[in-house]
Design a protein around this ligand. Structure first.
Ligand code: DX5
Ligand code: ZN
Length: 215
């Protein structure tokens, strides 16, 4: 069954604990934490301290999505904070192989994220070294944007490349995911859906129902 990774980007920071606890008990598989630096993307969110605090209140997989540039300098802090998966954008740092090694040596899953403007052929040399690939279906930076259907082909291509080469990465889709496009993601080979505003704009009493319907 497809996994749901709610993105806390659009959560009210003052209610974050309650938010995480309700996602935890209502069927979230991962918690997606968007780290933005105001440089790689034109928005600023959280740092490693938030990951550390969330780590204390849930045992769910912490799916940390770094939208920062450079990347390498900050990796150790996100490892120490208790991340389970650390995903970064390869074009944001020149030390890509080294970053992958640092994360892998810490026994944490490594992910790479594909910006809508990046082609699969630009980064496919990394596919045998990673455990997650995020297909971005919005321009990274903000929640609540529209799903870019022209990125769906990348999900399909990644699934095919995985089958042909016996790779074992999970394919995640991030950006504008809702009840209208979840199925097309799944049908094309997605394993994980990061879902932000569509889920978090709802009443917490409905989380379970919405997560199940997305699945
Ligand atoms: C976008 C972030 C996404 C975002 C998803 O830059 O990486 O994870 O939080 O939010 P929605 O689902 O609202 O597009
Ligand atoms: Zn994200």
């Amino acid at each position: 069954m497809i996994k749901i990774s709610p993105s806390i980007l659009s959560a009210d920071i003052l209610e974050l604990e309650e938010e995480i606890r309700s996602l935890d008990i209502n069927g979230a598989d991962y918690i997606h934490i968007d780290i933005m630096d105001g440089h790689y993307v034109p928005n600023i969110t959280f740092g490693p301290n938030i990951v550390k605090s969330i780590r204390k209140i849930t045992s769910k997989i912490l799916d940390v999505h770094l939208m920062i540039q450079p990347v390498k300098h900050y990796i150790e802090e996100f490892i120490d904070a208790g991340s389970d998966i650390i995903t970064f954008h390869p074009e944001a740092d020149e030390n890509v192989e080294e970053i992958i090694k640092i994360i892998s040596d810490a026994k944490i899953k490594v992910g790479i994220a594909i910006h809508p403007k990046v082609n699969i052929s630009d980064i496919d040399y990394l596919f045998n070294q990673v455990q997650q690939i995020i297909v971005m279906t919005v321009i990274p930076g903000f929640g609540g944007q529209k799903f870019m259907y022209d990125q769906v082909q990348k999900i399909k291509d990644l699934d095919e490349i995985r089958k042909n080469n016996n790779y074992n990465y999970e394919i995640a889709v991030d950006g504008g995911v809702n009840n209208e496009n979840a199925k097309i993601c799944k049908d094309n080979g997605a394993d994980v859906l990061a879902v932000g505003s569509y889920l978090l704009s709802q009443n917490k009493n409905n989380y379970n129902k919405i997560i199940n319907s997305l699945k």
